[in-house]
Ligand binder design. Structure first.
Ligand code: AMP
Length: 402
């Protein structure tokens, strides 16, 4: 079975075509600058040369049509016909409280995703464009939606509620939802397989550290807490997002700097985090290079980033009354030897025995970076959110057929 995975943004669209039986990616690519005359389409078919096209793509339906044409193109294609695409899986950021797992798309599901636009105004409308664009091009192909929030729906009320008047929750659904759920779910399953132990018996702390970053406490395979909240702004310090701060700063800064709601929101989401403290970049590679060159602000940004992550690990060990393994994943988690080293060296109180050589080797592979005797294991597991979307879509389509 071939599954097309789509991650639609407001002006972009990423795709991967999976052959499920042998778990291969037949093609992947992206369309950027949708809505412009100079939209860019990059298509990377397996074992064939990359295709770059610049053309007018004014909306998502045209973008999908162009992607489908490339997938069956005589020279650049990987399929004979689009009829070989058996299902499409979409990433959807916000599933609110309605979606506790992935589902097949039908009229009610689309209506519910629309009702959730308020909670994810930048993301959910774009995902809907992707769903409708597929529907317009391939009306008979089943579609599934996989939510970033769904995995965290197992959090207990004491973890997901904010200590504010309950009317905000009852009337406006103000609560913690958590994000990166597909990634936390995937790496927790892989960690159990790597350790050769049943997931149901493990206490795990998964750290998805990329441009956006979040930690999750996973007890027996179920998320019991996670650092992102009602929006992806809460929790860890990130590339451009502040993470946790005193909420009283918001009205104070607005008053002092004469900022509008939109401006303060943009400041905390787009102009904070590593970028704000270093004054250099939101990219950990550039921060690390600047630190090596002796830049004090880059060093401070890194120290704050690492410190805040380490505090969350401590909090989640406390939340679960212990931890068996800590997992690093995503761009920074998988690639920054320095961040992992600085964090792990301060976790001796938990029983972490860091293995410096293991931390430096095996890039791109699932591996352990603690010694064989370490009481708590620390693993690096490359995430694969697209694969989880493909796998969930495959399962849903198969069970609908049976
Ligand atoms: P993601 O959002 O998971 O794609 O992660 C993107 C981030 O990973 C980038 O902003 C970089 O800061 C970080 N990253 C990628 N490669 C490296 C590396 N070799 N060392 C440190 N950070 C890296």
């Amino acid at each position: 079975m071939n599954i097309l995975v789509i991650n639609a943004g407001s002006s972009s669209l990423k795709y991967q075509l999976f052959q499920m039986e042998d778990e291969t990616v037949l093609a992947k690519g992206r369309v950027e600058r949708i809505g412009m005359e100079t939209a860019i389409l990059v298509h990377e078919p397996k074992d064939k040369g990359e295709v770059h096209e610049v053309s007018e793509i004014l909306e998502h339906t045209t973008a999908i049509r162009k992607v489908l044409a490339l997938l069956v193109h005589p020279e650049h294609g990987v399929l004979e016909s689009t009829a070989e695409i058996n299902a499409v899986g979409h990433r959807v950021v916000h599933g609110g409280e309605s979606f506790k797992s992935s589902v097949l798309v039908n009229h009610e599901v689309k209506q519910e995703i629309k009702r959730l636009f308020d909670l994810a105004p930048l993301h959910n409308p774009a995902h809907m464009l992707g769903i409708l664009a597929v529907e317009a091009n391939m009306p008979d192909v089943p579609q599934a939606v996989v939510f970033d929030t769904a995995f965290h729906q197992s959090m207990p009320a004491h973890a997901y509620l904010y200590p504010v008047p309950m009317v905000l929750y009852r009337k406006h659904k103000v609560r913690r939802y958590g994000f990166h759920g597909t990634s936390h779910n995937y790496v927790s399953e892989r960690a159990a397989a790597f350790l050769g132990r049943p997931l149901g018996q493990l206490k795990l702390i998964t750290c998805h550290i990329g441009n956006g970053a979040s930690c999750a406490a996973i007890l027996g395979g179920k998320a019991v807490d996670t650092s992102m909240g009602m929006t992806p702004l809460e929790g860890l310090m990130m590339g451009t997002r502040s993470g946790d701060l005193d909420p009283a700063i918001v009205p104070y800064a607005m008053g002092k700097e004469d900022l509008t709601l939109g401006e303060i929101s943009s400041m905390l989401n787009k102009h904070s985090g590593l970028q704000a403290i270093s004054g250099i970049s939101s990219d950990m590679r550039e921060i690390t290079e600047a630190m090596e060159a002796g830049d004090k602000n880059a060093n401070l940004a890194f120290e704050m980033y690492e410190y805040r992550l380490r505090k969350y690990i401590g909090a989640y060990a406390a939340a679960m009354n212990g931890v068996d393994a800590i997992v690093f994943t995503a761009g920074v988690g998988e690639n920054s030897e320095l961040l992992r080293k600085r964090v792990c060296e301060q976790l001796t109180y938990l029983g972490v025995e860091f293995d410096e050589a293991a931390n430096r080797s095996g890039r791109g592979q699932e591996r352990r970076i603690t010694t064989a005797n370490s009481k708590v294991q620390v693993l690096v597991i490359p995430t694969n959110e697209e694969w989880v979307i493909a796998r969930d879509t495959y399962r849903l389509v198969q069970s609908a057929q049976n």
